[in-house]
Design a protein around this ligand. Structure first.
Ligand code: GLA
Length: 387
C-alpha cells in the first residue's frame, strides 16, 4: 500500500519504465466500509456497505502470449510472472493471488483471457477490514472486461471475484465486498439483498448531518483464509440445517425463542447474531431514508454487541476502539468487516472528532496496543476506468 496514490500519468510513466511500453489503460476500484450487516451475506441476507475514497489502481497492457507479469509500486523486486495455463489454486504469494485469481476464475467460467502486464498501486490499507483484496480484484476484472469486450455485467463480475476468492485465494467469503466496490456511488451506501443480488442505493451523507465517519484501524491483521471465518460459516450452515431452512435469511426475530430450544447454545448465539443483524440492516435503511445518519447510532452499537457476544468475532482492540469512541462523543460505533482484527467505525459529531481521535490513541497507548490508524471515509464511486 502507498500512503499517497500515484496520479494516473505517474502510474503510466512508471509502467512504461518497467515494461518498456505504455499501458492500454488504468482502472480503479475502491475498498469498502460496511456500515452494517456483518456475516449476513453468505446467509442470503442483507448488507449495507459503501465504497470508500481509497482505491486500488491497475495499469494494464494486453500481451500477445499467455504470460502474466505483475508488479506493484510498493517495494517488489522485479515482476512476478506466471503462465495462464499453469495457474494453481492457493499457490500464489502476497497480493499477486488476487489478479491471478481473477484470471483463473474467468478461465474457469470459459472466458478467454489474454496474458497481461500489470502495475498495481493502492492506498487501501491491507488487513484493516477495508477489503483491499477485493479492491484489487475489482480493478483487475474491470480492466479485463473492457480489454476483452467480455460483456460481463456487475453481477457476473461479483460472482467471478467470489470464485477467485473461494477457489483460488482460499478464503470462503461472500459477495458483499466486491458488490460495494463495483456498485458503489458517491453519497450513497449500497443496500444489497444477497439472495438475488438486487442492489439499491441509499443516501448516506454524513457532512450535512454534522457528522463524520471515522475508521479506526486497530492494526491487528487478520485473514479470512484462516479458520475463524470458515468456522462461523459452518455454524450458520448447521443452524440452517437444524432449523430446516435453506438459509438463515429465512429465520425471523420472532422465530428465535423456538430456535433456542432446537439448537445447541453456541449455534443458537451464532444464529441469533445473523437473524438480528438482518433486522438491524432493514431498520438502518428505513432510518437513513426517513431521518438520515443521526438516527442510526444505536443500531451500530447493537450490531457491535451482537458480534462481540453472540458471533464472537471481535477482539480486545476492536472493543476498546468502540467503547472509547462512544465514551468520548461518537453516537454509534461497531467493528466492520469479517472480524478477528481490522477496523472499527465510529459515527461522530464533527465537533467531537478531535476528542474521539485523541482518546482512542491514548487508550491504545495505555493498553500497550499498537498505535491505531484513524481517518475519515465517505461514500465514493465504484470501479471505473480512469485513463
Ligand atoms: C468479509 C467477507 C464478506 C463478508 C464479511 C462479513 O469481508 O469478504 O463476504 O462475509 O467478511 O460481513
Amino acid at each position: 500500500m502507498n500512503a499517497a496514490p500515484f496520479r494516473p500519468e505517474e502510474l503510466a510513466a512508471r509502467f512504461q519504465r518497467e515494461y518498456g511500453a505504455a499501458p492500454d489503460g488504468i482502472w480503479q476500484a475502491p475498498g469498502r466500509v460496511n456500515l452494517i450487516g456483518e456475516h449476513t451475506d453468505y446467509n442470503e441476507g442483507f448488507v449495507l456497505p459503501f465504497a470508500i475514497d481509497r482505491t486500488a489502481r491497475v495499469a494494464v497492457r494486453v500481451r500477445g502470449d499467455l504470460q502474466v507479469r505483475l508488479l506493484s509500486t510498493y517495494g517488489d523486486q522485479g515482476p512476478a510472472s506466471a503462465n495462464l495455463n499453469q495457474l494453481e489454486p492457493e499457490s500464489a504469494k502476497g497480493w499477486t493471488k488476487y489478479p491471478l485469481g481473477v484470471l483463473w476464475a474467468l478461465r474457469e467460467a470459459g472466458i478467454t483471457v489474454p496474458g497481461i502486464d500489470l502495475l498495481l498501486d493502492s492506498d487501501v490499507p491491507p488487513g484493516a477490514g477495508l477489503s483491499s483484496s477485493h479492491a484489487i480484484e475489482c480493478a483487475v476484472i474491470s480492466a479485463l472486461n473492457d480489454l476483452t469486450s467480455a460483456g460481463l455485467t456487475a453481477q457476473d463480475m461479483v460472482l467471478a471475484t467470489q470464485r477467485a476468492e473461494n477457489g483460488f485465494v482460499g478464503a470462503p467469503t461472500g459477495i458483499m465486498d466486491q458488490s460495494a466496490s463495483l456498485r458503489g456511488a458517491e453519497g450513497h451506501a449500497v443496500f444489497l439483498d444477497c439472495r438475488d443480488q438486487n442492489a439499491t442505493l441509499v443516501p448516506f451523507e454524513t457532512g450535512p448531518a454534522g457528522l463524520v465517519l471515522l475508521v479506526i484501524d486497530t492494526k491487528v491483521s487478520h485473514s479470512h483464509a484462516d479458520g475463524g471465518y470458515a468456522s462461523r460459516r459452518a455454524s450458520c450452515q448447521l443452524g440452517a440445517e437444524v432449523l430446516g431452512v435453506g438459509a438463515l435469511r429465512d429465520v425471523q426475530v420472532g422465530d428465535l425463542p423456538e430456535a433456542s430450544g432446537l439448537l445447541d447454545e453456541t449455534t443458537f448465539r451464532r444464529v441469533r447474531h445473523v437473524v438480528t443483524e438482518n433486522d438491524r440492516v432493514l431498520q438502518t435503511v428505513e432510518r437513513l431514508e426517513a431521518e438520515g445518519p443521526s438516527a442510526i447510532g444505536l443500531l451500530l452499537d447493537a450490531s457491535h454487541a451482537s458480534m462481540r457476544d453472540d458471533f464472537e468475532i471481535s477482539c480486545p482492540e476492536l472493543d476498546l476502539a468502540v467503547e472509547t469512541a462512544r465514551a468520548h462523543g461518537a453516537i454509534g460505533a461497531r467493528m466492520t468487516g469479517g472480524g478477528f482484527g481490522g477496523a472499527a467505525i465510529a459515527l461522530t459529531p464533527v465537533e467531537a472528532e478531535p476528542e474521539v481521535r485523541s482518546a482512542v490513541v491514548r487508550a491504545f497507548a495505555r493498553a500497550g496496543y499498537r498505535e491505531p490508524g484513524i481517518f475519515t471515509v465517505s461514500p465514493a464511486p465504484g470501479a471505473r476506468r480512469i485513463a
